[in-house]
Design a protein around this ligand. Structure first.
Ligand code: ADP
Ligand code: MG
Length: 273
């Protein structure tokens, strides 16, 4: 396991987790979800967090989003502790929570309504531009139930972008999509990121997806989640999910993950209560 220097990116951090631990009480038992997590993410960096199910990936994103608070340690954005949710940090979840009675553009316009500084007369045009950016220019007026899962997720992305977040947090955003839709989305998201250079933290349990998208892949160990290793991905963009280089890097990461899991399994078991 790497020591102190784990997960350090060059440059001043946009986002930093300093020794973050988080516990939950569930049915009278304590669950340590995250332990001593240290992570720095540079401005404009695209970081993917991978780890087994239940290792605390969503908890980590929720801490950054300000929906949860750490028991120990600090979560800092631009050097200031996160005190709650804020428009500069938007979360995109696995299931696009759209308003089903509104059209695609209606959903995006709704996001813009929350921004007082955007004049009403500009909402339509801005919403249209955002939907075009996510490849839905021809489906502006489609109702939510007419859209496929992938299209709904694109609308949700466009709506998330209305807040002009400086940090976009994505929690397994492709998990519910079919393989083909997902691969198209990988290309679009990379292009979007290359144009806007927002800081993105994307959580996934799919290692190849992480390699396809991230500048850096941060590996979390099984519960409690800790940063156990990180890998820089230095491949030109846009990357294709089916590229052989991606499979190679992903293979290396998977082997590391498996050896961490095997070590954890082989470690001393806590005594039964
Ligand atoms: P992941 O997203 O990696 O699958 P989570 O962050 O959802 O993992 O959960 C990490 C651990 O914390 C799990 O054991 C989960 O059951 C527990 N946990 C998460 N949120 C809560 C909560 N609100 N109450 C109780 N336990 C929780
Ligand atoms: Mg999760």
């Amino acid at each position: 396991m790497s020591a102190e220097g784990t997960a350090l990116a060059p440059g001043p951090p946009k986002l930093e987790l300093r020794g973050v631990s988080k516990r939950f009480e569930s049915a009278g038992r304590e669950v340590l979800a995250l332990e001593d997590v240290r992570l720095r993410v540079a401005e404009g960096e695209f970081v993917c967090l991978v780890g087994p199910s239940g290792c605390g990936k969503s908890t980590l994103l929720n801490l950054v989003a300000g929906l949860e608070f750490p028991d120990r340690g600090e979560v800092l954005v631009d050097g200031a502790p996160v005190a709650g949710p804020g428009p500069e940090r938007t979360v995109l979840f696995q299931d696009a929570a759209l308003f089903p009675w509104l059209s695609a553009i209606g959903n995006v316009r709704f996001g813009l309504r929350l921004r007082a500084e955007v004049p009403k007369a500009e909402r339509e045009e801005r919403a249209r531009a955002l939907l075009e950016r996510v490849g839905l220019g021809e489906f502006l007026h489609a109702s939510v139930h007419e859209l496929s899962g992938g299209m709904r997720q694109r609308v949700a992305l466009a709506r998330a972008l209305t807040a002009e977040p400086t940090i976009l947090l994505m929690d397994e955003p492709f998990a519910a999509l079919d393989a083909l839709t997902r691969e198209q989305f990988y290309g679009d998201l990379q292009r979007l990121w290359q144009r806007s250079r927002r800081t993105i933290v994307l959580v996934t349990h799919n290692v190849r997806e992480a390699v396809c998208l991230g500048d850096r892949v941060v590996l979390l160990s099984a519960r409690p989640g800790r940063v156990c290793e990180e890998f820089g991905v230095d491949l030109p963009r846009p990357r294709d999910f089916n590229q052989v280089e991606i499979a190679e890097v992903a293979g290396r990461i998977l082997r590391t993950l498996k050896s961490h899991l095997a070590r954890e399994d082989g470690g001393p078991e806590p005594a039964a209560p």
